[in-house]
Ligand binder design. Structure first.
Ligand code: F6R
Length: 611
């Protein structure tokens, strides 16, 4: 949610900022802006995307070796030129870009208005710029102290880059709740919301911690706490290559990421499964394993697609490890008064590792004494830092806003965890365990087979591209796949779609079925196969159009459904990993056919750092 990039060094800042913003555009794309600082002060900003900002700067002064940029996902104030960042303080002393939310901004704004300040935007960020300036001018302190004093008055989350026009050769950065990474070069520093704008220039990075402030000039970097305690920055090598954040020959990141799944799933289990495919090692949770194995219950907290992965996890943990599981929307869990104790294990699932609600939920559960386990994709992000133990999914950077490969990697980790814990608790016999591990390693090849049917799936997309409503049905661990299929369709093609447990259809949604209603039914061969065949008959009896995802060679459903998409046979617990693939592909093609922006769907952002 909002992306920040900044540079201080000897190169021209402009191209670094623009390219950086393009890389961060997945975090928000309703307006963009930059400030170029040391050769005069030039602020350019406008509603729209980074390409609109480039047009806007065309022909203007773009020199300068210090600068900052921002791509916005609107929270306070609609997307507009005025509300775009960077924001300047009233007397032009401070320029600020911000990712996060200043919760007490209304109160601070009122105080500043009483002191004679005027505001040009509706944003919380402009309040912060004026608050810093007010302290700077009234207390006659330097910029760094003004920033630190201002931050002691702020309630909320921020990743900030600030420049004082009296101290133009330095940038001040601060973090609380929203991520900030510093790239360390030779007499140059880069700042960004994640490492993607930085890797092209340096692989040495510092992940800022909460309540840290960095004062950065070409010559040096000083880190301290908001309270002025010195901090020693920990420089790490970033594990990210430029190819990973490039679209390559694909038209969209989403399609690239769909096609990456055979390798991203293999990367998830690589080094974690013994060569004879009979054992699982999850180094990140080895120490926590006894606590997990004797847990009273597991509570999974997550949002969106990660929540759907959690629902698959519920099925797997209960079936194979025999531990009761509750899957909670992080946003609901944290605002209830949930009963959590030291005997509970809380698993937080998050691609970005930054989702504000998930982060808040685990902080709450930690205070209640529970053991907190993370399943995250982005190394060094906030959630892994708050957990007692965890497993990275290693899916590689996911840039398309609609999650695809992160989901299958999360399900892969959950499968490995369930099997490992099941074995430890003696809930799972050795033969079933080894057989399932072996089957898991066959998934990448099976996905490759499904990807070969893209053309057939695209033809189905052509038939249903104009649908206004779509239903998705599944049972057991395929019910979360139905939810995920529906979410993929609605978020990128803006078609209303709903996922239901297939048997629930007759309790309400069946009223919607007529000849205009496409119904995706995930109906691979498993223990509820006969039941789902009946559900398909119920849809057909009402003239609904059935698109069934079936096990290769299925003749029963093939004779009933309007269209079938075959997936290879697999162990029923692994079917979510296969059946979600055609649903991702069909959503992708429907969205493309409808002319939608697949990688940057309207109103969405990849990393939801607001509550
Ligand atoms: C949907 C999607 C979102 C995210 C959700 C949680 O395609 O990507 O629903 O799954 O915002 O994000 P993470 O996993 O980063 O916590």
């Amino acid at each position: 949610m909002c992306g920040i990039v900044a540079y201080v060094g000897e190169r021209t800042a402009y191209p670094i900022l623009i390219k950086g913003l393009q890389r961060l555009e997945y975090r928000g794309y309703d307006s963009a802006g930059i400030a170029l600082l040391n050769k005069g002060i030039h602020v350019y900003k406008c509603q729209g995307k980074v390409k609109d900002l480039e047009k806007h700067t065309n022909g203007n002064a773009i020199s300068g070796t210090i600068g900052m940029g921002h791509t916005r996902w609107a929270t306070h104030g609609e997307p507009s030129d005025n509300n775009a960042h960077p924001h300047e303080s009233e007397n032009g002393k401070f320029i600020v870009v911000h990712n996060g939310i200043i919760e007490n901004y209304a109160h601070l704004k009122k105080e500043l208005i009483n002191r004679g300040y005027n505001f040009k935007s509706e944003t919380d960020t402009e309040v912060l710029a004026n608050l810093i300036e007010n302290i700077y001018l009234e207390k006659k302190v330097d910029a760094e102290l003004a920033v630190r004093l201002a931050l002691t008055k702020v309630v909320g989350a921020y990743g900030l880059v600030i420049s004082c026009t009296d101290e133009k050769d330095q940038l001040i950065a601060a973090r609380k709740g929203s991520p900030l990474v510093i790239g360390v070069g030779d007499k140059e520093y880069f700042l960004a919301s994640d490492a993607t704008p930085i890797v092209e220039y340096t692989d040495q990075v510092i992940y800022m911690n909460d309540e840290e402030v960095a004062i950065i000039s070409r010559e040096k970097l000083d880190m301290k706490s908001i309270q002025n305690d010195a901090k020693v920055p920990k420089i790490q090598k970033v594990d990210l290559s430029i190819e990973e954040i490039d679209k390559g020959d694909y038209e969209h990141f989403m399609l690239k990421e769909i096609y990456e799944q055979p390798s991203s799933i293999a990367d998830t289990y690589r080094g974690r499964i013994s060569l004879d495919k009979s054992k699982i090692f999850l180094g990140g949770i080895t120490e926590a394993l006894p606590a997990i194995a004797k847990a009273n219950r597991i509570i999974i907290v997550a949002c969106g697609t990660s929540w759907h992965a959690g629902l698959v996890g519920e099925y797997l943990f209960e079936e194979y490890a025999r531990i009761p599981v509750e899957v909670e929307y992080a946003s609901e869990f944290r605002y209830r008064n949930p009963v959590v104790s030291a005997d509970d294990v809380v698993i937080a699932i998050s691609q970005s590792g930054e989702t504000a609600d998930t982060l808040a939920a685990i902080k709450m559960a930690k205070e209640a004494g529970a053991t907190i386990i993370g399943i995250c994709n982005v190394a060094g992000s906030s959630i892994p830092r708050e957990t007692h133990a965890g497993v990275y999914t290693h899916a590689g950077p996911e840039i398309g806003v609609a999650s695809t490969k992160a989901f299958t990697s999360q399900v892969t980790v959950l499968t490995m965890m369930a099997l490992l814990i099941g074995k430890k608790r003696l809930a799972l016999d050795e033969i079933t365990y080894s057989h399932m591990v072996d089957e898991l390693t066959q998934i990448p090849e099976k996905i490759k087979e499904i990807l070969k049917s893209e053309k057939h799936i695209k033809e189905i997309a052509e038939t249903y591209q104009k649908a206004s409503n779509v239903l998705y049905l599944g049972r057991g661990c395929l019910f979360p796949v139905a939810l995920e299929g529906a979410l993929k369709l609605k978020e990128i093609s803006y078609i209303h779609a709903e996922g239901y447990p297939a048997a629930e259809m007759k309790h309400g949604p069946i009223a919607l079925i007529d000849e205009n209603m496409p119904v995706f039914v995930i109906a691979t061969k498993d223990k509820s196969y006969e039941k789902i065949v009946s559900n398909i008959q119920e849809v057909k009896a009402r003239n609904g159009k059935v698109i069934a995802i079936v096990t290769k060679g299925d003749t029963v459903i093939t004779n009933m459904a309007d269209h079938v998409i075959e997936v290879p046979d697999c162990h029923e617990a692994l079917a979510p990993l296969l059946t979600v693939i055609p649903l991702q592909i069909i959503s992708y093609h429907i969205a493309v056919l409808r002319g939608c922006n697949v990688d940057q769907p309207r109103n969405l952002a990849k990393s939801v750092t607001v509550e």
